[in-house]
Every structure is written in C-alpha cells, then in structure tokens.
Design a protein around this ligand. Structure first.
Ligand code: FMN
Length: 190
C-alpha cells in the first residue's frame, strides 16, 4: 500500500466567484488515490513585505502558518490567475516573505502550476514568471502537462462554478497523476 502524499493548493485569487479557486476546489475529486489535496492557510492578511517589520517583530503569524503548511506538505499546487502579464501581487508578496526565512519552505518542494484566465493565453505569462521566481528559491517545478484553462468562464457552470469542460477535466487528471509520480521520484516516498 503506497503512502498517501499530502498536497496543498495555493490560490492566487481572493474573489468569491474565482475560477481559479473553483478549479482548486475541484482537484481533490480529480486526484489519484495516492494524493490527498487540501487548501493552504489563507495568505490574504499577510502585510506588504518590509524588512523593518521582519527586523522589529519577526515574521508575521500569517507568514509562519503559510510557511509551516508548505514545509509540511509533500507537494504544492499553485492555481492562479495572471494579473497584468505576471503573478498577482498578493501571491508574489507572500512568496517574498517566506523566501526570507532561514528554512525556506519552497526549497526542494515539488510544485505544480495551474491557471485559469478569461483570454486565449490562459495565464501562460504568469506561469512562466512563477516558475522563474520559484526556481530562484530552489523549488522543484513539475513540467508537463501544463494546465492553462483558457476562456475560463465558458468552462465552469455559471451558478455552481463546477468545472464542466471534459477536456480540461481530463488534462487536470493527467497532471495530477504525473505530479504524484514526480513527488514520489523526488521524495523517495513509495
Ligand atoms: C488586475 C488584473 C489584471 C489582469 N491581467 C490579466 C492578464 O494580464 N492576462 C489575463 O489573461 N487576464 C488578466 N486579467 C483577467 C483575469 O484573468 C480574470 O479576471 C480571471 O478570471 C481572474 O481569475 P479568477 O476568476 O480566479 O479571479 C486581469 C484581471 C485583473 C483583476
């Protein structure tokens, strides 16, 4: 019997009707049996990074909780929109905070990325920038398949926000299955 791998999701959008949050909520139902997927603690109360805060009162409690959850997880899936061709500022700010910790939580951490966007590029530029930024703090980025949900409003039920697009469901399942193998290879967990 294989060990269950604990994976957390981090969503880059805070709005209630977020397509990215809807996708993140769908992941447990699309995951292979070996992956348990739960949301990470909220990052929305993390202050804007300021070295003086860190020097005067240490890391804010929200950053510590966020970092602890990332450290404890076998893998992380970031599901985020693209804002102005890049990573949403709030999410980047949270990453910046934890990157200053002695035991950087993303170091050697398997990370997969997914994005939903209203347009044709599906958040591709955000994904590329996120890969670059996380590589700078030694995260281990999963490669393919990539999940870029284009024209997102058409792929979720307008009222329930359930993911209804079968090709998207299929490729997300493929990514999760691949991510499980990737984590097992990197961590040696059977
Ligand atoms: C500040 C801001 C900037 C945006 N910039 C982009 C962008 O560069 N590329 C893109 O595809 N969509 C952009 N969008 C549109 C988002 O992709 C779209 O609103 C998406 O649905 C947001 O994700 P959510 O549904 O999870 O909240 C932007 C939205 C906001 C609020």
């Amino acid at each position: 019997m294989a060990d269950t791998l604990n994976v957390i999701t981090i969503c880059g959008s805070l709005r209630k009707a977020s397509s990215n949050a809807a996708l993140a909520r769908t992941l447990p139902s699309l995951a292979p049996a070996g992956l348990s997927i739960k949301p990470a603690p909220a990052w929305d109360r993390i202050p804007i990074y300021n070295h003086d805060i860190q020097a005067d009162s240490g890391f804010p409690a929200e950053t510590v909780a966020w970092a602890d959850a990332i450290r404890a997880a076998d893998g992380v899936i970031i599901v985020s929109p693209e804002y102005n061709w890049t990573i949403p500022g709030g999410l980047k700010n949270a990453i910046d905070w934890v990157s200053r910790m002695k035991d950087v939580p993303f170091k050697d951490k398997p990370v997969a990325i997914q994005s939903c966007a209203g347009g044709v590029l599906g958040g591709a530029r955000m994904q590329y920038h996120l890969r670059q930024s996380l590589t700078s703090i030694d995260a281990l980025l999963f490669g393919k398949p990539e999940i870029l949900v284009t024209f997102a409003p058409k792929k979720f039920d307008e009222k329930t926000l359930a993911l209804t697009d079968q090709p998207t469901i299929d490729i997300v399942k493929q990514q999760l299955a691949g991510f499980e193998k990737f984590i097992r290879r990197l961590t040696g967990k059977n």
